[in-house]
Design a protein around this ligand. Structure first.
Ligand SMILES: Nc1ncnc2c1ncn2[C@@H]1O[C@H](COP(=O)(O)OP(=O)(O)O)[C@@H](O)[C@H]1O
Ligand SMILES: [Mg+2]
Length: 375
């Protein structure tokens, strides 16, 4: 059977392949270029955000499969990296698409709210609690570490602070704070766990350890609402939230629920990480969340004997992100695990930097800055 390969058919097939980071298909994103047809052989160029883009091999395989499915005998995929100008243009476009999505979500959100009987006190107009959401474009950049240490630094300044661990992809806040106990439930009221003078609730306390993420997503909105309704927070000056990374529907839902929240974006110094974080930032802006600023984590490694800084993960990502979002780089946190004893020691917590350490002081300065910016 003779199958005629046309550019139209090829584009149609590539439309079915999604770029997993950017959450859109290769044709809409214009990432498949230079399509050439030689009989039953197709040659094309795939554009990537960086040389070491995640999912690279996976995506190439998907393209090959999609094109073989429409009758190509051979598929040759060349790869190229987008220029930084194209990266910027792409982020502009994604921003616009997000806007549309958010407009829809917003009207849905309004409808849901107006049917809501009683707004939890913490979310009411009279509430004095300032919400700070810690967001990032992707996981593993230190979002939870920043959440925990910022919350503790705020408490060290005398503020009453609550933390909600809402990152459904990994509830790490209890471990990071060295918390082993669970919240108490008395007469249907939930009492948060207290440690280092802050009150903390993790969604992980209430879901099965191995519950699939796909199921946790839709739960999150409901649970968050319950956390505000049924948890006895007392009065709080600050509520710090560890949000799911990225710009997916889950993150979007949280944005909708907490319109009053201000956002702190965490990135590593790597340019690609900053680019990915910019999309999260763009979403914040379009959901009317004010961006407080950027924290660059893992900014460098300082050699303890010679004091030389090594920029292991690259340089400039925080500055670049702040510039792109028209905000400020509030802190740069170097690489280095806290040195606070051994597991099993009383008061041990794997991810909390002591107040008098250089990193502890960087968090203190960050907390003071955040306090000023949320007055
Ligand atoms: N500045 C840092 N120096 C050394 N390790 C860090 C630093 N920040 C985070 N980490 C470690 O990196 C890993 C990822 O950090 P985490 O806060 O869990 O990221 P996220 O919440 O963004 O996924 C954790 O093991 C954490 O302890
Ligand atoms: Mg985390």
């Amino acid at each position: 059977m003779l199958i005629l390969l046309t550019v139209e058919r090829i584009l149609e097939a590539l439309r079915q392949v999604e770029e997993p980071e950017l959450k859109n298909n290769l044709v809409t994103l214009n990432l498949a270029r230079n399509i050439r047809i030689f009989g039953d052989k197709i040659v094309l160029t795939l554009m990537f955000l960086s040389e070491d883009a995640p999912h690279k091999e996976e995506l190439i395989q998907q393209v090959i499969t999609a094109l073989k499915n429409i009758g190509a005998a051979t598929v040759e995929v060349e790869t190229e990296v987008l220029s930084s100008r194209e990266q910027t243009a792409l982020s502009e476009r994604i921003r616009e698409e997000h806007q549309e999505k958010i407009r829809t979500k917003r009207s849905e959100g309004r409808a849901a709210l107006s049917s809501e009987q009683n707004t939890p006190p913490l979310l009411s107009k009279e509430s004095k609690t300032r919400f700070i959401s810690i967001a990032s474009g992707k996981g593993g950049v230190g979002k939870s570490t920043v959440t925990v240490n910022l919350a503790i630094a705020l408490a060290r300044e005398g503020a009453k602070v609550g933390v909600i661990d809402a990152d459904i992809y990994g509830f790490s806040v209890p471990d990071m704070m060295g918390v082993e106990e669970r919240p108490r439930v008395v007469d249907k009221r939930i009492y948060p766990v207290e440690r280092f003078g802050i009150k903390m609730i993790s969604m992980g306390f209430f879901v099965e350890e191995n519950a699939p993420v796909i199921w946790r997503g839709p739960m999150l909105g409901k649970m968050l609402r319950n956390f505000f309704q049924e948890v006895d927070w007392g009065t709080l000056d600050y509520m710090v939230l560890d949000l799911p990374p990225g710009t997916g529907d889950v993150a979007l839902d949280v944005h909708q629920m907490l319109p009053q929240s201000k956002e702190l974006l965490v990135t590593t110094p790597h340019a690609t990480a900053a680019f990915v974080a910019a999309r999260a930032g763009a979403m914040a802006l379009h959901t009317d969340h004010e961006i407080l600023g950027v924290v660059e984590n893992m900014a460098w490694y300082e050699c303890s004997s010679c004091k030389k800084k090594d920029y292991i993960f690259g340089r400039g990502g925080g500055e670049k992100l702040a510039a792109e979002l028209d905000t400020d780089l509030l802190a740069q946190i170097p690489l280095g695990a806290p040195d606070n004893g051994d597991p099993g020691d009383p008061g041990y917590s794997p991810s909390v930097y002591a107040a008098d350490t250089p990193t502890g002081q960087r968090y203190r300065d960050l907390a003071r800055d955040v306090m000023k910016r949320t007055l």
